[in-house]
Design a binder for this molecule. Sequence first.
Ligand code: SAH
Length: 252
Amino acid sequence: MRTCSFVLCLLVVALVACETTQPVSPPPAALPASPSPGVSLTADPYTQSRKEMVVSQIQQRGVSASDVLEAMNAVPRHLFVPTDYLDQAYADHPLPIGYGQTISQPYIVALMTEKIQVKRGDQVLEIGAGSGYQAAVLAQLGAEVYSVEIIPELAQAADKRLKQLGYAVTVKQGDGYLGWEEHAPYDAILVTAAPDHVPQPLVKQLRDGGRLVIPIGPQGGFQTLWQFTRQGDDLKAIDLGGVLFVPLVREK
Ligand code: SAH
């Protein structure tokens, strides 16, 4: 734990390469446009797989916040993965969602969710909506979620899926490096693509005391997952270990 100024110089990338999310290259795969009619969010054919996922992949690795475990148990992850990968929806790894992007490994979603410490009613910004799964988990915790996605097709599909499932998430297409000023300040910001430095617009849009959870590292290499807490003009930083996310790309 240490305190550092806004201009963070993250030279040393400590690798604890145990839990990683990995980029998977195309081909794009078809995502289910909508949940099957009659699907219930509490009892579906995957209820047992989801319970096992929560216990063996998440709880046993140290995520203990009961509200996070409940949310991971409640959100139907199989409705966020391409139909071609349905049988792996609850497996212990990331999955391709098309356009060279991935839905993160369940453990990483749970860990990041725990580390931003979301409470009911919090205003939360996510960068990198992807499939919309992480945003759904945040909304399941009672947060009001705003999510920015740079790939128009993914933004549109995530928005549609989240609306159909009834989650309190607003998605827009854009460059998340810039945040989403309109709804700032945020109680928490979660970034699911990796830049090589802390985007200052995100820090500015975080309220005092707010948390920013973000992977930072060189393009094409491992990154460090950081939990930053804003304390006035400073950021308190905690290293959460080595990860591998897709890079945060900038809009030209
Ligand atoms: N949170 C997602 C996983 C995201 S993968 C889920 O739960 O499925 C990372 C996502 O970040 C990709 O969809 C990628 O297109 C997006 N991304 C990359 N750079 C971005 C940027 N500058 N702004 C917004 N989204 C970005």
